[in-house]
Write a protein that binds this ligand. Structure first.
Ligand code: A2P
Length: 332
């Protein structure tokens, strides 16, 4: 396949190169695109330097466009790219359009069948949550979900990572910490705001978790309440999750389900102090799930903790998995 990466120099773009390489994706030609700021740069793919091109206003000469340059760019150009290519879009620009499939391959690959050349990649927090929630939902039917997130700086792209690293050095040197990407300085702080506040008091990031969970799990009845918080880690989103189920559930039964769930690593050994963490989930394709226990708040509920590398399963890996599905007949 001829592949084009739009936003190749960004945090997700670089991971797209890494994932294509690691999964041995059959790339016949790779084109890399970014803004004029990146003119003259090149990036390494399979030992070869590939030049970064300034994104043109025209369709791109590739079979698949992996887009990760933000919602504004996708909104403007994806319809143009879709004239000649299949677009796998990492932004939220098209996720809620009824005729645009929103795909997590382990969950709803079948929904790709009728795509019209634009396929949306979910919000990173939602993708990581659903890797654990969906298998449990299939087994025990989830009704209400309460999620509190611990989201890393890289969720805000390369500039978020840089701001955290630079700000931490400034803080430790006793200097004032400047901030631009985040609403407040992130080092040694947590910020309970990701994206803009909505009329109902939730942020858009928090609402995305509800909207996208309902769409991907094809269950408009499921209720999800999220509090999304930025924390000073570089990679990996962690989430504390409480779920009320319709069918009887127990931690042992949940562990059995999650032990064989695709894309999940069950890391649940409190005595051995093994549980999901950014430290262990960084760079991993699978999402870690652990701390599974009977909820004390609901009669038939569970509490658990997940940690997933949001640049991978929350973005680049999921996008490449979608591209892989384009190559084979969809059977699920
Ligand atoms: P550039 O590095 O040239 O600014 P991140 O999510 O890490 O912030 O990365 C955003 C990505 O989107 C980068 O690769 C960035 O390129 C790219 N990008 C931003 N604005 C544009 C634009 N107007 N045209 C093409 N690419 C863009």
């Amino acid at each position: 396949m001829r592949i084009g990466i739009v936003g190749a120099t960004g945090a997700v773009g670089k991971e797209l190169l890494n994932v294509l390489e690691k999964r041995n994706f059959p790339v016949s030609e790779l084109r890399l695109y970014a803004s004029a700021r990146s003119a003259g740069r090149s990036l390494l793919f399979r030992g070869k330097e590939i030049p970064v091109e300034v994104l043109p206003e025209t369709p791109l000469p590739v079979d698949v466009v992996l887009a990760s340059a933000g919602g504004g760019i996708s909104k403007r150009y994806a319809p143009i790219w879709a004239m000649q290519s299949v677009v796998i879009d990492n932004s939220s620009a098209f996720r809620y359009e009824p005729d645009v499939p929103l795909i997590v391959p382990e969950i709803n690959a079948h929904a790709m069948r009728h795509h019209k050349n634009i396929i949306a990649n979910p919000n990173c927090t939602t993708a990581i949550l659903l890797m654990a929630l969906y298998p449990l939902h299939k087994a025990f039917k989830a009704r209400r979900v309460i999620v509190s997130t611990y989201q890393s700086a890289s969720g805000a792209g390369a500039s978020g990572m840089e701001e955290l690293l630079h700000g931490t050095k400034e803080f430790l040197a006793g200097h004032p910490v400047e901030h631009k990407t985040f609403a407040y300085p992130l080092p040694f702080n947590v910020i309970p705001q990701i994206d803009a506040f909505q009329e109902n008091g939730y942020t858009k990031e928090e609402m995305k978790v509800l909207w996208e969970t309902q769409k991907i799990m094809e269950d408009p009845q499921i209720r999800v309440s999220c509090t999304a918080v930025r924390v000073p880690t570089l990679r990996v989103h962690s989430e504390a999750v409480t779920v009320e189920f319709e069918h009887p559930v127990s931690p042992e039964a949940a562990r059995e389900v999650l032990r064989v769930a695709p894309g999940v690593d069950l890391v649940d050994d409190p005595i051995g102090r093994r549980y999901p963490m950014p430290l262990t989930a960084t760079g991993k394709f699978n999402v870690e799930v652990g701390r599974i226990r009977k909820s004390l708040a609901f009669d038939n509920g569970l509490d658990f903790f997940v940690a997933g590398d949001q640049l991978l399963k929350g973005a680049a890996l999921n996008a490449v998995q979608i591209a892989e599905l384009l190559q084979k007949p969809i059977t699920t």
